[in-house]
Design a protein around this ligand. Structure first.
Ligand code: GTP
Ligand code: MG
Length: 300
C-alpha cells in the first residue's frame, strides 16, 4: 500500500477563534490644538518686525540645552532657515548619533532675515548626558544662562567654569544673560530618558526658575516618533502619540504643556517647506514672547 493510500486523519476540533479587539485609532478626530497652517508669512513678518520692550535690550538671548543629538544645533539652523527661506548651517549639526556631543563650545548665533540681523541670538552648547562626568555640566548651563560664560568657552566634562577662569564674566550685563532657556528634547527617546539626565535637567530648572527665567521645551524629531506625522506634518495635533510624548516631557521635566512645542527640524531637506516653517515659527513666537516678558521684569 502506497503512502497516498493511508487513512485520512479525523478532523481535530478547532479552538474557538475570537475576533481581534479593534485597535484604538492613532489619531483624534479633531486636533487638540488649533493651528492655522496658512499663517507662515504673517508669523514671519511679526517676528521680523519685533523689537524688545526693554529699550536697553538689543538682542534677546536664548540658550538651547538638551541631551546629546537631540537636535539643538539643527533647531537653531531651522529658525534661521525660516527667515532666510533656504537651507543654512550656521550651527554645525552632527551627521548621526556618535555617542558624544558634537558641539563642544558655547557659541551665539544671530538670526538673519536676508541681510537684516533680527533681535534674536541663539546660544548653542554642548549636550547633556546621563553619566556624571560626561557631557555638559548643569553648573555650566546655569552659569551660561546667568551670563557668566563668554562665547568660545570650551566645555570641560569634569570641571565647571569658575570665577577667575579665562571665559568667566564676573559682572554680567543685560546683554550677556539669557532671557529664555529652551530644552530641546528628542520625541522618540523621552520615555526612555535616564533618570540621571532628568535629575540634571531638574537641577537646572530649579536654579533658573528661582531667578524667574522662562523655559520652553522644543520637542524635535516628531517625524521619527509618529508615522502619521512623518507622512503629513499637519497631523501633529491629531496624533495621540505626539500628545502622549508631550505629556511625558511635561511630567518628567516639569514644564507645562502650554510651553511645549513639537517641531520637525530641517535635517535632510534641500528647500524650505511652509508646514515645517509654521511649527518652527510657533515655537519661536512663544520663546520670544516669554523672553520679552523677562526683559521687562524688574529682578535680574
Ligand atoms: N528626522 C529628524 N532628524 C533630526 C531632526 N533634528 C535633528 N535631526 C538629526 O539628528 C542628528 C543630531 O542633530 P544635531 O542638531 O547635531 O543635535 P545636537 O543636539 O546639536 O547634538 P550635539 O551637539 O552632538 O549634542 C542629526 O543627524 C540631525 O540631522 C528632526 O526633527 N527630525
Ligand atoms: Mg550640536
Amino acid at each position: 500500500m502506497g503512502l497516498s493510500e493511508s487513512k485520512p486523519e479525523p478532523p481535530q476540533p478547532q479552538p474557538e477563534s475570537k475576533p481581534a479587539p479593534p485597535q484604538p485609532k492613532p489619531e483624534f478626530n479633531e486636533p487638540w490644538r488649533t493651528i492655522d497652517w496658512n499663517q507662515r508669512d504673517v508669523l514671519k513678518k511679526q517676528l521680523e518686525e519685533f523689537t524688545p520692550s526693554n529699550e536697553d535690550v538689543k538682542y534677546i538671548k536664548i540658550l538651547v540645552a538638551g541631551e546629546i543629538a537631540a537636535g539643538k544645533s539643527s533647531f537653531i539652523n531651522s529658525v534661521n532657515n525660516v527667515f532666510q527661506q533656504r537651507i543654512t548651517s550656521i550651527a554645525i549639526a552632527n551627521s548621526a548619533g556618535q555617542g558624544y556631543s558634537f558641539t563642544k563650545k558655547l557659541k551665539g548665533f544671530h538670526i538673519k532675515s536676508g541681510q537684516n540681523v533680527l533681535p534674536y541670538v541663539f546660544t548653542d552648547i554642548m549636550g547633556l548626558e546621563p553619566k556624571a562626568e560626561r557631557g555638559s555640566l548643569p553648573e555650566d548651563i546655569i552659569n551660561a544662562v546667568f551670563g557668566h560664560v563668554k562665547d568660545g568657552y570650551k566645555f570641560h566634562e569634569s570641571e565647571p567654569i569658575a570665577q577667575g577662569k579665562e571665559h568667566y564674566i564676573s559682572d554680567p550685563n543685560l546683554s550677556d544673560q539669557a532671557f529664555c532657556l529652551v530644552y530641546v528634547v528628542h520625541a522618540d527617546t523621552i520615555s526612555f530618558t535616564d533618570q540621571k539626565l532628568i535629575d540634571k535637567l531638574k537641577i537646572i530648572r530649579h536654579r533658573i526658575s528661582d531667578r524667574g527665567i522662562p523655559q520652553v521645551i522644543v520637542m524635535t524629531k516628531i517625524d521619527e516618533a509618529c508615522p502619521l506625522v512623518k507622512k503629513d506634518l499637519r497631523k501633529v495635533y491629531h496624533s495621540k502619540k505626539i500628545k502622549e510624548k508631550m505629556q511625558t516631557c511635561s511630567d518628567l521635566i516639569g514644564v507645562p504643556m502650554c510651553n511645549i512645542f513639537p517641531v520637525k527640524n530641517y535635517h535632510e531637506e534641500m528647500d524650505t517647506n511652509p508646514d515645517i516653517d509654521v511649527l518652527i515659527l510657533k515655537a519661536l513666537e512663544q520663546i520670544v514672547y516669554n523672553a520679552n516678558d523677562r526683559t521687562v521684569s524688574s529682578s535680574y
